[in-house]
Design a protein around this ligand. Sequence first.
Ligand code: ADP
Ligand code: GLC
Length: 524
Amino acid sequence: MNHSVNRKLLSDNKLEPTFAERLKTFREDHAPRKKVLFVTPEYTGLIKAGGLGDVSAALPRALLHQHDVRILIPGYRSILQKNFPMKIVARLEGLAKIPACKIGQIQLENGPIIYLLLCPELYDRTGSPYASPEGNEWDDNHIRFARLGLAAADLALGKGHLSWRPDIVHSNDWPSALAPAYMALRHQSTPTVFTIHNLAFQGLFNPETGNDIGLPAQVFNTEEMEFFGKLSFLKAGLVYSNSITTVSENYAREITRPEFGCGLHGLLQKKSAQGQLQGITNGIDDSWEPSTDPYLVESFSPRQWEAKRANTRYVENRFNLAANDGPMFAVVSRLAPQKGVDLTLGIADSLVRAGGRLAVMGTGDSSLENALVKLAKRYPKQVGVHIGFNENESRRFFAGSDFLLMPSRFEPCGLSQMYAQRFGSLPIATCTGGLADTIEDGLNGFLFKEATLSSYNEAIQRALNVYEYPELLNAMRCHAMNSPQYWRESVRPYHQLYQQVINKRPYPHTGTTHLISGGLRQCR
Ligand code: ADP
Ligand code: GLC
């Protein structure tokens, strides 16, 4: 059993910053406000498929104190149906098979200005940002997301008569990765930042699709957009942007190795050696506050464990589970191979035998969904499964559980473990990616070495042991609740990065081709 909790907590006193450090901080804090166009396919509050939506909503809001950040996102049907007051602020031309579009401006309460990319033939559809309601990816995704990248590049160039022109274009994951590509090919001077939220999603298309989106055939080479015979949007983001970030320090190291690099580790090693790849660990937004959360059955602070327990009762009633004093385990997750849900299915019997209950909320692979539903039928009093996702209810799962299961095979950062920690639920997670950066084993959660049943089982056993010692359990809960960083406390590295990419200009031309006034020409 790990008894180092209190010793570690007491030894956490920080050293005073030196004069030089304070001066640097002062200079950074008083640097001129920059105009940042944050380009993303998801934004929590409008549309989301996972953590990218959460970061896209929370990070820009935290940056607003120092910068004029505005969002560019496709105007999907589900967003337009919310009927926000909107004004049309720009019109942009098409390119090849990319249709022309309009830009509509909306603003949510306490949030940045949002530019909606209005192009009904591409976005006025039901389903997720990427796929039909049946889960089939749209055939024209290359055009849908080239439209997004091209619009960002056009706005940076001042096209469309929008009076606001960004100083920096910050794009996120493959759906917005063509922004730096179009910008580099047209020799635009606005600096670009590209953030990798998940290297496993690459936006790979047949090479012929390059014609449809106005790319010159010459970009189809291994130094630019070719990836094993496919046209890779993600690779374009890596090749053409001036600076790359990813969402935790550990993942930034991992992706330079073959095991995690998804075939791009060589390029990422090069970028890292050139100082162009940096890990900045995600934070969480201010709404993850258990003492004020309106969606909890009862709100609570550290040590108000009876109030936390009321949320456990909610989860029990929700699934008609046995109301006893055994530990409550939760899974709140996309149901995908990445998340190791199959491993949780593998340990479920032993968890139930040990007196635990399991509550699951998630959607994803139908085979995993079916297996979970079957498990709940086998153990109706111990296992409850909700196939679906509801943000507000997910908060009761975090608050109502003692432990959150996250046996991910890889995890760029992970937000769910931090949400759980804030709500006093201890994550049990693989020691990978951002999980390793945000969980301290035996202090605010449990880490296990590799995503295997034996390694996972060993961590579950340690968690069950701690559950037997309420004093230790509660000390860990208190530490966990104070562990995750809010974006407002952790946004500084992005602020510094924005200063750096602006100061470093001009950038040498990347790649071998460039685009002139709508057409493309090869450079010498
Ligand atoms: P990822 O982005 O890989 O799914 P994170 O832990 O970073 O993992 O973020 C998960 C976010 O997505 C959390 O806000 C979580 O509540 C939410 N979420 C979990 N499952 C689903 C789902 N099936 N659909 C949509 N959002 C989900
Ligand atoms: C991705 C990753 C996840 C990360 C999230 C937000 O979806 O899978 O680990 O937390 O993006 O950056």
